[in-house]
Design a protein around this ligand. Structure first.
Ligand code: ADP
Length: 365
């Protein structure tokens, strides 16, 4: 029986609470103890009962639909340093935790993988400096890690969806539906900026779901002349056919083919100057992260949480850490390191303008 810790880390995403609930209850169901590690890696670095708390069945009651993460999340610079991870190692051992499930984005999962790889040297140092006993050393020789992807961006390689992606998409679509009404009333154009970092999934899917006139995504850059001509042409045609509203969606990572960011202001200026449209900018901001999780994210987080507990209980010292994914509608395990590497390679290829490579990496997922 392993003692299982669950942590949410990095940017918050609706469905993280459902993941915590599933892990806690699946662990208890299997006769293990479950622990919440609060405030992401900060909880590991700080340690103690304020940050590492045993969770009982009732402690996660009502969490299934709640947005955000009740156990907190944070960006923790100390964990990027070896001394921070050494403290993390000590605090996990003090709490008696053998397995750690991390629900976060690619940064959090990179940290988790590094932590496991470094564990033997960290625990050795703790023993040599008498910070842990030989008995603790023998029991905690290995740390078992499992990743779950919580991210609104849906930007992780090897999994079709990330926990929070569809909730955020739903929020964006609702917001654009609201904007539609006022846009039509005044015959205005709206330029809407959406989140997603290097990934255009949210922008593209929101554009399809709301029949936007034009969409900017990082994966399909063009020269300033090309996008300006193309956008004006399309919007002009729609207007000529009597459409009274114009919606243009700009992903926050959108860039031109010479790597310049495309801002909502750039897009607005073109719509005003070339088409004479009364144009407003709407930046949805953190509204996109908030609210309750949609059914898909609740189900995804629950099924993946159950699988994550199963995975950490089956892991041996020699098996690579798994990432719990969804592939063609099936919950499955993928190698964590490969998923994180691939995600980073796609982002790097996009920012280096090697779009063919980026697309082939995505296609081969
Ligand atoms: P996300 O998980 O959403 O991608 P971040 O990239 O901010 O978010 O990562 C969240 C946290 O994960 C960081 O604040 C840090 O504590 C930890 N982390 C990220 N990258 C590393 C790394 N290379 N080594 C160790 N810890 C890391």
């Amino acid at each position: 029986k392993r003692n299982v810790g669950i942590m949410t880390s990095g940017g918050d995403a609706p469905g993280m609470n459902a993941a915590v609930r599933a892990v806690v209850r699946a662990a208890i169901f299997r006769g293990c103890k479950a622990f919440a590690i609060k405030e992401g890696y900060t909880g590991l670095v700080e340690g103690g009962e304020d940050y590492i708390k045993e969770m009982k069945w009732q402690d996660v009651r009502g969490l299934l639909s709640e947005g955000g993460t009740n156990i907190g999340t944070a960006r923790c610079m100390e964990f990027k340093e070896r001394w921070g991870r050494l403290l993390g190692c000590k605090h996990l051992i003090e709490a008696g935790i053998d397995a750690l499930i991390v629900c976060g984005g690619d940064g959090s999962l990179t940290g988790a993988d590094l932590f496991r790889a470094e564990w033997p040297s960290l625990i050795q140092e703790l023993l040599e400096t008498n910070q842990i006993t030989q008995e603790q050393y023998d029991r905690h020789k290995h740390l078992y890690i499992c990743g779950m992807v919580g991210s609104i961006d849906n930007d992780m390689a090897t999994t079709d969806s990330t926990i929070g992606g569809y909730s955020s998409l739903e929020r964006i679509c609702k917001a654009i539906d609201y904007i539609d009404a006022t846009a039509s009333s005044h015959s205005r154009a709206f330029v809407v900026e959406v989140m997603g970092r290097h990934c255009g999934w949210l922008a593209l899917m929101a554009g399809i779901a709301t029949s936007a006139d034009y969409i900017f995504i990082p994966e399909k850059p063009s020269s300033s002349k090309v996008w300006q001509d193309q956008m004006c042409n399309i919007v002009g045609q729609h207007r000529a056919k009597g459409k009274r509203k114009t919606i243009v969606i700009v992903a926050e990572g959108a860039i031109t083919s010479d790597l310049q960011p495309i801002s909502c202001k750039d897009v607005k200026d073109v719509l005003v100057n070339r088409l004479g449209l009364d144009t407003r900018i709407t930046t949805l901001g953190h509204v996109q992260r908030g609210g309750t999780a949609v059914a898909f994210d609740r189900i995804l987080a629950t099924l993946q949480g159950v699988e994550a507990v199963k995975a950490v209980l089956e892991l041996t010292p020699d098996t690579p850490s798994p990432l719990i994914a969804i592939d063609e509608n099936k919950i499955c395990r993928k190698p964590l390191v490969e998923a994180v590497e691939k995600t980073k390679n796609v982002a790097a290829a996009i920012s280096e303008r090697d779009f063919e490579k980026a697309m082939s990496l995505r296609d081969s997922e």
